[in-house]
Design a protein around this ligand. Structure first.
Ligand SMILES: Nc1ncnc2c1ncn2[C@@H]1O[C@H](COP(=O)(O)OP(=O)(O)OP(=O)(O)O)[C@@H](O)[C@H]1O
Length: 328
């Protein structure tokens, strides 16, 4: 039987084709009834890049992921995966994708190897080709000694590694991951990122969605989305430089009063982020933010809990671009 995941021989791909193979999204919009979830979005990912699509809950990440992974139709705009248009050449596009969903896709009653063999069969891999590819991936993800273990006995991190290995069986040039760190402990996250970096170093285009700032900060590029719109697209360090690189964070007992003092008495333009006030060089007009520390401390007096001078974070970038906090 031909399943959704089965590829015909002519549509399947073999091997990574390198940096020319990219995700190309042009003018993509997606609506659920009246709700515009993705709004005229442009996005490109080249082979060898790890691109994190970062947005708050409800910003449109999953919708974008589902359109790219061919689970939702393209309503408006164009999406190509390694040259295959997902609307007109859906099966070819799917064959060029490795997809890791947020919810685990392993059959926990099967062993690691059995899970991989099932996936291989779906992609038309059999015999020596399948055996050799399984061996290669089990080795790459340090899973050789777990190959005959039932997946229900594996930790969350190991399960994720099996999912990655499964997703790569057919050597896709593009890897899509939806919130890949969900449910992983810190060491499993590190292992996952090692695996993603090694994929990228082989020329695979890696795109992941996340609502975690620290995860996005590890990517080679961050695409920030808000209410379905792309609001920034650059490397984490470029984005941080855009907001002035350095940020003064002021924590006080009464953030509303402190904000008034800074605005009215010191002619500064702080942004309120949660219970703190943040100032970049741009907002303060001061080329050296450090010179503001003592005057602000004097003016706010005892209500100041702390004034911290540090590097801008992706949170500051989000605040600067949208005027709202990332985490409310
Ligand atoms: N099937 C649906 N029907 C109607 N509205 C939907 C549907 N799926 C998503 N939405 C809405 O579209 C918007 C974008 O949702 P989406 O799930 O893509 O965002 P997200 O960034 O992935 O959020 P989360 O991190 O919470 O999964 C939200 O306002 C959401 O409520």
């Amino acid at each position: 039987m031909m399943t959704q995941n089965t590829l015909t021989q002519s549509e399947s791909t073999t091997g990574h084709a390198g940096v020319a193979d990219v995700i190309e999204v042009t003018g993509l919009s997606h609506q659920y009834g009246e709700k515009l979830a993705v709004d005229n979005l442009d996005l490109n990912v080249s082979g060898g890049e790890i691109v994190a699509v970062l947005g708050k809950n409800g910003s449109g990440k999953t919708t974008l992921f589902r359109v790219l992974s061919t689970l939702l139709p393209v309503q408006s705009g164009r999406v190509t995966i390694a040259g295959a248009d997902v609307s007109s050449h859906t099966m070819a596009a799917r064959g060029r994708l490795g997809i890791i969903f947020q919810s685990p896709s392993l059959d926990i009653k099967l062993t690691v190897l059995e899970n991989m063999r099932c996936q291989g069969a779906l992609y038309g891999l059999t015999g020596d080709r399948l055996r050799n590819r399984c061996d290669e991936l089990l080795n790459q993800f340090s899973l050789e000694d777990r190959r005959h273990d039932f997946c229900q006995t594996l930790s969350g991190g190991l399960k994720r590694r099996v999912e990655l290995a499964k997703g790569l069986l057919h050597r896709p040039p593009v890897m899509l991951l939806d919130e890949p760190s969900t449910g992983l402990d810190p060491s499993a996250r590190l292992a996952l990122w090692d695996a993603l970096e090694s994929l990228a170093s082989e020329g695979v285009a890696v795109m992941l969605t996340t609502h975690l700032m620290d995860e996005a900060a590890k990517a080679s590029r961050v695409v920030l989305i808000d209410a379905g719109k792309k609001i920034a697209d650059a490397s984490p360090s470029q984005l941080q430089r855009e907001v002035g690189d350095r940020v003064l964070t002021i924590a006080t007992d009464d953030v509303a009063s402190a904000e008034l003092v800074l605005r009215n008495e010191m002619n500064l333009n702080p942004l309120r982020v949660g219970g703190t006030l943040r100032l970049t060089s741009e907002q303060s007009g001061a080329s050296d933010l450090a010179t503001l520390v003592n005057p602000i401390a004097d003016r706010l007096g005892d209500s100041v809990q702390s004034i911290a001078f540090g590097r801008a974070s992706l949170e500051d970038v989000f605040v600067a671009k949208t005027g709202t906090a990332f985490l409310d």
